[in-house]
Design a binder for this molecule. Structure first.
Ligand code: DX5
Ligand code: ZN
Length: 217
């Protein structure tokens, strides 16, 4: 699969979201970070904003839930117009049941792991998920530096996806830039979230293309 680039609007201008979405119309997805100040020490946006983003976005909306009680909330983001909903393994009581519920609502179901959370419990369950998100920073904030120690987890996950023969997407999120993306791609990731790298660039669309090229070489 060619690399997919998902700019994170966490680093966008929140007062001009429609314009900011227009700057990345060539991206594959737009990544929307939902935080509740409990699962992570930061607070961002919720359902009404996601609903409007989904209405005006030129690209599919990829929701990343960094919230407690994912079992209760994740389906509501499917109803809000997301194309994919990713919840944290650490914030659900029943990841497989939740993924099945999301799929039944017609969205792609993703499971996310903090850097210190093991991926192994999910490797036998890959057919239940459309995406695995290996966090490459501690979730909560944009602009942090990439944690190299996550690369072996990305390699193990890619190997398991190959062995299982599923088309599970392997997403990475945090510290992805022109400097880091090639080695993360080589480790096996195929969906790359990039916040500060894309929205910090003068030409965000050109940055999306540059990252996609670097991930594909
Ligand atoms: C962090 C969020 C990320 C964040 C990435 O918890 O999940 O999506 O926006 O930002 P950068 O690309 O700047 O590391
Ligand atoms: Zn994210």
């Amino acid at each position: 699969m060619p690399a997919k680039i998902a700019p994170s609007i966490l680093s966008a201008d929140f007062v001009n979201l429609e314009r900011e979405l227009g700057r990345i119309a060539n991206a594959d997805l737009v990544h929307v970070d939902v935080m509740d100040n409990h699962f992570v020490p930061n607070l961002t946006l919720g359902l009404p904003v996601v609903r409007r983003i989904a209405e005006v976005s030129p690209v599919p909306v990829d929701v990343h839930l960094m919230i407690e009680d994912a079992d209760r909330w994740a389906p509501q983001f499917a109803h809000a117009g997301a194309a994919s909903v990713t919840f944290h393994a650490e914030a659900t009581q029943a990841p497989v049941r939740l993924a099945r519920e999301l799929r039944a609502l017609g969205v792609r179901a993703g499971v996310a792991l903090r850097p210190a959370s093991p991926v192994e419990p999910f490797l036998d369950l890959l057919p239940e998920f459309d995406m695995v998100l290996v966090m490459t920073v501690e979730p909560g904030f944009g602009g942090q530096s990439f944690i190299d120690g996550t690369l072996p987890k990305i390699r193990r996950t890619r190997q398991a996806i190959t062995d299982a023969g599923t088309d599970t997407w392997l997403q990475v999120d945090g510290g992805i830039s022109r400097e880091t993306i090639a080695r993360v791609a080589q480790a096996g990731a195929d969906v790359f979230v990039a916040g500060s790298a894309v929205y910090g660039a003068d030409d965000a669309a050109a940055e999306v293309d540059a990252l996609r090229d670097l991930a594909s070489t």
